[in-house]
Design a protein around this ligand. Sequence first.
Ligand SMILES: [Zn+2]
Length: 601
Amino acid sequence: MTVGLRRIRWCFAILWVTGYALPGDPAWEIVGPVSLLGKPRSGVDAVALYRSVQARYRAMQAWPERYDRRHWERLAAQFRTVYYRYPTHAVADDAVYMEAEVYARLFRTGARDEDWQQAVDRYKFLITEYPHSPWGPTALLRVADLYRAKALPEWASYVTECARLFSEARCQKVPDYKSLLAQVRSARSEAPARPENVRARGLSVLQGIRYWTSPQYTRIVLDLSDAVSYRTGVLRDPDRLYIDLDQTVLSRQIRGQGWELPTHAHLRQVRVGQYLPDTARVVLDFDRIKQHRIFILESPYRIVIDIFQRPWESAGQAQSRAEAATRPTETPAPSAPADRTEDAAAREIPVPEANRSGTYSIARQLGMKVARIMLDPGHGGHDPGAIGVGGLREKDVTLAIARRLREAILRRWNVEVLMTRDDDRFVPLEERTAMANSQGVDLFISIHANASRDGRLHGVETYYLHWARDPHAMEVAARENAVSTAKLHELRKFVHLILQNTKVEESRDLAEYLQKHLIGSVRSRYPTRDLGVKSAPFYVLMGAQMPAVLVETAFLTHDREGRLLADPAFQDRVVQGLLEGLAAYLEAQGSLANLTRPSDT
Ligand SMILES: [Zn+2]
């Protein structure tokens, strides 16, 4: 403990003696490539505010014994106010840098982990959000020092990467750069590099990228080994969306890789790179940036990016335009540093409904509301779903019911019926939704069979996407999502975001019709229980652009229902109920007359 602390103090002693210049210091004129005073700027308020906080900083530095932790924390918050309020002003990057400096100072004096983290986060925020800031190289080497203070092996990479990220000339202007480089060399000669277990070091691995695309919609999924925090930003000319994954390295397989999308896609390509030694960057290249939404799914951890046809317009765009002339170089318009995923989520803008071309089917041209229905038999392949009495597997029951329902629908109406799977194969939940969105589906019905630890529980329930109101619904969603209920609770921060572009009312209507007729049909021949229409955060419904529901037909774990689910006569009752429910829904929508096959009338 004492040794660790002494080492930390020793590292900072070097920094302190060498004395990094501060924005606004006379010394900065000598060491910095661009003088603060020489920067073009407008907005007297921003400059005045920054200067007043800077003056307070100097006063506190001159009489450190007069000020305690609370004063320094307040000062950090005041620097933060400057760049929150004026994110694109010329003093914004100076304010970020100064906030980082305050936390670095707090760490030097108190050795608290939270101060270390704040300092590292702010320096990194400066590097990624203000890539043209003259403070970039200094911030990078500050991170190196902070890492070295904690004996984290990445510290050396932060020194050696300086020239690549900026330029050798700019790095040379930072005091200590040469001595840090020399220390890296001697450290490396003492302990030759050996392959390290990145996960043991607490790093996540970006293992792969999957995507589904159509002219209207694209979904991209980033597969990660562990949960990460991330930041996103938009850069213009050429347009691109980037996602920085903290504490993440690229897997060997995808290092330096790019994915070119089909020419019809509104996104040109996806690239990945190791932006900082422990920060991976995913870049989406657009011809013109589009509306997008980002959320996470757990177990395994994955980040989902939905991109819609509609052009992107940020809330801060007007401000960016107004202040664009005040910066010598182009920078992104950061709204605030986001350390946690919920911050990143909160920064996403509402996504209006995707435009559909409406040209793909005659039914659509005739103004019909439902031309294409997607049935989703739950589970499949290595995922059997719930296992019921006598070893009955949910994946077999759901496929049998979905196939029968498809036949029944096609016999009755002149519509297209698509299936997410038509055999015993595994299809990830996020892929099922992506299929529905990219194929312009009008209704999405996911078919499942229920399970419970309580063998007495039985009956029918139908779900639509929303936050769960009762613990049972939460348990059902957790089981169907293959995550713990605890993990599902973490999703709460995304539900609002996801629901912004979801047809909640229509989905609930569809669920009501299906539930009512399903109960009626089953009850005509078998005893059952109406468990009602409920809402819960099902992954398979997340991001669906059309009315979408999930039906739990009966309980595999109930003695009688478990046996009935394997019985074709019972399955037919279920199919008949779903068909009648669908008919009632379509009639209420005014679509039925147009869809009925001529032979039936
Ligand atoms: Zn299921």
